[in-house]
Design a protein around this ligand. Structure first.
Ligand code: IVH
Length: 715
């Protein structure tokens, strides 16, 4: 530990400058130990020494909250690096639910079912109505009655094996009770932490100087993803069973019968579950549970209605990834009242100026909120138009008493201003006309594409604007781009401020410049951290073309677009040459880019703007000198599906939708989201709906997942 070599300055004696350096050092060191512990299973220090590092980092951040960044160790607690747990493929995918918000959505849901099953108005549909627990879904596999695997939902197709941790939950039987238990049973349900346990845990964490959790759901997730099951055991987690995956035999023929069977086997099921026989009863259930919500000892975010008869569920099937036989009727977002203390302007990577409201901290739905996005200048003026959540006729002023809303994981928003509490001297907010980057670059209005109303403010400084420069560097080193280990936002900010890294190419000359920079002499850095940093950088001198294109930070070029461009051109030389031509408005080059699947005018214009700037061309040129850019795999031309247009619909069982699409693209097929005359194949899984009908109408070939696999297998 570096702390052995030099006496540490007490946290309350640190200046802000020293604190910043110290946080960078601690982040690097913690990250290194995380890697050793989680991914190499070979911890290099004792748990106590590790905890000490984290405590110091947290204590410094508590003293200087302005120094907390997204990649600070405190923001990563419990979220294990990938690869911590073995992956488990679900025998039956874990799907999600469609949402209803208004009563009419519930009326429509029931009418849809009636139509689909061709039921007369006088025929009763029985529903199982259940609270929607706000926890983590879990699939428990029993073979011969014994618990063999517990897996998280993951992406629905593949989750993580958390069996050892789940075994510590008292609500999860290790062996199913009763006789005649089917040989294979996958019991699914929700792991949750009670509100009381969450508060008590946070008290303990606080007392020990550990990170506190934002809400019970996060603390349940953090507790489950522990490498050491004894830690999970010390956290009181509950489990409610409500669904199933693979079953070698069905012990009941209704949802309510299955719930009764779960209880019989030794599970807890939610005691508020009821059967309902009409829309009115469903809505009454929703109202009743909502009124009890704040008195319950666990978080719920709505109720779920499920058709009780399983033969009807079977007939109803799925539409894409949600069942037609169930719906989640959500509760309205929770609201709170507080005061807007200030408005700050943040400059994004693309120069967009986003106003952020600084609030008097307030609890909304179990989370402390102190920042809200104010979207754009028009929103603050109250002229954002339709689609905005702010009550019509309101503008937002510093000092206003505001109503804040938070819906699920959605970022909190201001929905109303309490006008009679507005301070007499509150003035309408004037949006800055120059960028806070102090280059005094002009801020321009830009209409927002894609139907959202209003106009965004944008700094015209591009990469000359230090905020945009630094944001680009952050994107450059991020996980999906260069993924330089131990070189996150905090380090970039620090190196940028010191003037050591001003543009991406500078990262790769750090080592050569270190004779002068002497990074190891920076307080607390140490020779080992510096060597590790150089190793991490050197490892990334070879990079795939798609990642490289993404890392350039061209507007509108996200990961998917970067991949499409990489596949379209194959090599960096071909892509770079095309970009320069596109920037020079060479029509043939533009047409060629337009021909690439998924690439259209917006991207072409963005590429032209980027490579039209000599400053950017210089950045790219100085960067590529240090790199080997690996060619992308070009789509194959000699496969059975090359050049064919394919649409996937319904749920796929052997792949996730993304995997299937990526595979099709690799084999040279074009993947489309809608069926048209140009479609060659529609690959339909269970629950396929309107796309299947459209295919039948147009006479397009429809394949099952297995037929598709046979087709490409022979390719
Ligand atoms: S049924 C095919 N029932 O909600 C759908 N889900 O949005 C199977 N959830 O991932 C899910 N309480 O984590 C079902 N009583 C309940 C639930 C419930 C909470 C969660 C679950 C699921 C999500 C779907």
């Amino acid at each position: 530990m570096a702390s052995k070599s030099k006496p540490l300055i007490a946290v309350d004696k640190l200046t802000e400058r020293q604190a910043k350096v110290e946080l960078v050092r601690l982040a690097l060191e913690i990250e290194r130990h995380n890697e050793a512990y989680y991914n190499e299973d070979a911890p290099t220090i004792s748990d106590a020494a590790y905890d000490e590092l984290r405590r110091r980092s947290d204590a410094i951040e508590a003293r200087f909250p302005g120094l907390v960044t997204k990649d600070s160790p405190s923001q990563k607690v419990g979220a294990a690096p990938s690869g911590k747990f073995r992956k488990v493929r679900h025998a039956v995918p874990m799907l999600s639910l469609d949402n209803a918000f208004a009563e009419q959505d519930v009326v429509d849901f029931v009418a849809r079912i009636r139509r689909f099953l061709r039921l007369g108005d006088d025929e009763t549909i029985v529903f199982s109505a259940e609270p929607k627990i706000d926890g983590l879904s879990m699939s428990l596999r029993y073979e011969g009655g014994d618990l063999v695997t517990a897996a998280t939902r993951g992406d629905g197709a593949e989750g993580e094996d958390v069996t050892a941790n789940i075994r510590t939950l008292k609500d999860v039987p290790h062996h199913l009770k009763g006789r005649g238990v089917p040989d294979v049973c996958e019991v699914r349900g929700e792991v949750y932490m009670t509100k009381a346990a969450f508060l008590a845990l946070n008290e303990r964490q606080k007392a020990a100087g550990d990170t506190v959790f934002a809400n019970p759901r996060n603390s349940a997730a953090g507790s489950l993803r522990q490498k050491d099951p004894t830690i999970t055991a010390s956290r009181p987690l509950g489990f409610f069973a409500y669904a199933w995956g693979e079953m070698s035999a069905m012990p009941a023929d209704t949802q309510s019968g299955m719930i009764a069977w779960f209880e019989h086997c030794g599970f807890k099921t939610n005691p508020l579950t009821r059967t309902c026989r009409s829309v009115e009863q469903l809505l009454a259930f929703h109202g009743e549970i909502e009124s009890r919500r704040s008195h319950l000892d666990y978080d719920i975010d709505g109720v779920v209605y499920k058709v009780d008869r399983l033969d009807w569920q079977e007939r109803l099937g799925f539409v894409s990834r949600t069942p037609r036989w169930a719906i989640a009727h959500k509760f309205p977002a929770e609201r709170a009242i507080t005061v807007l203390k200030d408005i700050e302007i943040q400059v994004g990577r693309t120069g967009a100026l986003t106003p952020v409201g600084k609030l008097e901290p307030v609890g909304v739905g179990g989370v402390i909120v102190q920042n809200v996005t104010l979207h754009n200048p028009d929103y603050i003026k109250g002229v954002g138009g339709k689609g905005e959540v702010l009550r019509e006729g309101r503008d937002i002023r510093i000092g206003d008493t505001v109503i804040v809303q938070r819906a699920g994981d959605v970022i909190p928003q201001i929905v109303d201003v309490v006008l009679d509490r507005r301070p007499k001297d509150a003035k309408p907010y004037h949006f800055p006309r120059t960028c806070p980057c102090h280059l005094h670059t002009e801020v321009v209005r830009e209409e927002i594409a894609g139907g959202e109303e209003g106009a965004r403010a944008r700094c015209t400084g591009e990469f000359a604007c230090p905020y945009q420069k630094i944001q680009h560097l952050m994107l450059f080193v991020s996980r999906r781009a260069f993924d330089i280990e131990g070189f996150g936002e905090k380090q970039i900010e620090y190196f940028f401020e010191q003037g050591w890294v001003k543009e991406p190419g500078d990262i790769f000359t750090l080592q050569a410049r270190n004779d002068k920079l002497k990074l190891e002499q920076i307080e607390g850095y140490g020779a080992t951290s510096v060597r590790n940093l150089f190793d991490a950088i050197n490892e990334r001198r070879t990079i795939g073309l798609d990642r490289f294109i993404y890392a350039l930070g061209i507007r509108h070029v996200g990961e998917t677009t970067a991949l499409a461009l990489a596949r379209g051109y194959g090599s960096w030389e071909a892509f770079h040459d095309a970009c320069l031509k596109v920037a020079a408005k060479d029509e043939a080059a533009m047409a060629e880019m337009d021909d690439i699947d998924q690439i259209g005018d917006t991207v072409i214009q963005a590429v032209a703007a980027y490579f039209g700037e000599s400053h950017n061309r210089g950045i790219v040129e100085r960067l590529t000198r240090h790199l080997t850019i690996v060619d992308a795999e070009k789509p194959k031309k000699d496969t059975a599906v090359a050049g064919k247009t394919v649409v996937f619909t319904g749920s796929l069982e052997k792949f996730t939708r993304d995997e299937a699409k990526a595979q099709a693209a690799r084999l040279g097929a074009k993947v489309s989201g809608s069926v048209s005359k140009k479609t060659d194949y529609v690959v339909a899984g269970p629950g396929a709906g309107s796309k299947l009908a459209e295919a039948a109408k147009l006479g397009v070939t429809v394949l099952t997942e297995d037929e598709w696999l046979a087709l490409i297998g022979g390719a």
